[in-house]
Ligand binder design. Structure first.
Ligand SMILES: Cc1ncc(COP(=O)(O)O)c(C=O)c1O
Length: 403
């Protein structure tokens, strides 16, 4: 038995295959070391004992440390305790949970909203509740893992259409017109490429063919649309998307996911979405901080403005350096490298020199499409972004990735 490089300890017995699987990941350059954040999630942060410019969080607006959110969380913990103590459907629905759902519904201009423990739970719980084994799900090939898992849990048939290909979607809808209940589902902003769904066309197609339309706005919440209302607002298709998912974990800076739509949709999910029924609700501090975040979104427009001006500056800088940034249209900016090992080497070298830009490889992205995934935030300074560009450029040149 050869020792595993990380620990020297090998597992024997029925779990012995795990070490072989880990060895295979190491051989492919896909083994992940979890970087440890020491201190707050900020644009300059300390990971693994090193001070770096942080381009790896989803903290788009800097809300993880916004004073109003922090204060709301502290007050709620003082007044209401550390936890909710139950699932929503038994004893764990507090006034605060309902107030947050009303706040979100008003913000998104829908009849109602339901909050889940995470965006993952919102997607997986909703797709698996709405569809059953007689049904069909039409899903963009780059949709998030939580949609894929929800689709599998539902036991509905799944047909995947090529990324953002509305002609292929139309054809699939025409071919499957005999199926009674169909769901068309797409990410609003794609999490690894930063491009935006063709939501006007996709929702019009769903409507024309009588399919349910669902969008996962995890990366559009707080980023696109007026005050960050998401892709439905960005494209002006209010009323044409039946199910809107958003997240409270990214731009909102806290934790959770939500679904917005009609009152009956939300009541149905209260009764049938399994993460809602079988998993404890948010602690009061989480709900209170999320409430504060929606106030800040509406009252402090400067954060979204800065997010976009920083994004423009950083993307222009990357292009000037000769990086391939794919088809990004949002603050998620991939630096496409190709092979996973090369991407991980670039990421490690940049980290040593003071920039944290996570390397991403298979299975999160397709083989041969490994990348550094960067996200600037509203709270990066221009100096930090320029310094990050300099470090990334030098590191990539030394590895022959750019000339
Ligand atoms: C597109 C997309 N949907 C859903 C999620 C899940 O959100 P959460 O982190 O709140 O579980 C993510 C987060 O990784 C995501 O990128």
């Amino acid at each position: 038995m050869t020792p595993a490089p990380e620990t020297g300890i090998r597992t024997s017995g029925p779990l012995g295959f795990l070490d072989e699987a880990l060895d295979a990941l190491r051989a492919e350059g896909l083994y992940r070391h979890l970087r440890v954040l020491e201190g707050e999630q900020k644009p300059r942060a300390r990971f693994d004992g090193r001070d770096v410019i942080n381009l790896s969080s989803n903290n788009y607006l800097g809300f993880t440390t916004h004073p109003r959110l922090r204060e709301a969380a502290i007050q709620a913990a003082r007044a209401l305790g550390a936890g909710s103590g139950s699932v929503r459907t038994i004893a764990g629905t507090m006034d605060l949970h309902l107030a947050l759902e009303r706040r979100i519904a008003a913000f998104k201009k829908t009849e109602a909203a339901v909050v889940f423990q995470s965006g993952f739970a919102a997607n997986a719980g909703t797709v698996s509740a709405l569809l059953g084994k007689e049904d069909l799900i039409l899903s963009d090939e780059l949709n998030h893992a939580s949609i894929i898992d929800g689709a599998r849990l539902s036991r509905a048939a799944i047909r995947v259409f090529p990324h953002r290909d509305t002609a292929a979607l139309r054809q699939l809808l025409e071919e499957t017109s005999g199926v009674k209940r169909r769901l068309v589902i797409t990410d609003g902003v794609f999490s690894m490429d930063g491009d935006i769904a063709r939501l006007s066309e996709v929702s019009a197609l769903a409507r024309e063919h009588g399919a349910i339309m669902m969008v996962d706005d995890a990366h559009a919440s707080g980023v696109l649309g007026a005050s960050g209302r998401g892709t439905v607002d960005h494209f002006g298709v209010h009323g044409q998307v039946d199910v809107q998912v958003g997240t409270l974990s990214k731009a909102i800076g806290v934790l959770g996911g939500y679904v917005c739509g009609s009152k009956s949709l939300i009541e149905f999910l209260y009764h049938r979405a399994r993460p809602f029924l079988f998993s404890t609700s948010h602690p009061p501090a989480v709900a209170a901080a999320c409430m504060a975040a929606f106030d800040v979104l509406e009252e402090e427009p400067q954060w979204i403005e800065r997010l976009w001006s920083n994004t423009r500056r950083f993307q222009a800088g990357l292009k000037r350096l000769g990086f391939d940034t794919g088809s990004s249209e949002t603050p998620i900016t991939p630096i496409l490298v190709g092979e996973a090992e090369r991407a991980m080497r670039l990421s490690d070298l940049a980290f040593e020199r003071g920039v944290f830009a996570q390397g991403i490889g298979f299975p999160t992205v397709a083989k041969g499409k490994a990348r550094l995934r960067t996200i600037v935030t509203a709270t990066h300074t221009e100096e930090e972004l320029d310094r990050a560009l300099e470090i990334l450029g030098d590191a990539a040149r030394s590895l022959g990735i750019i000339s």
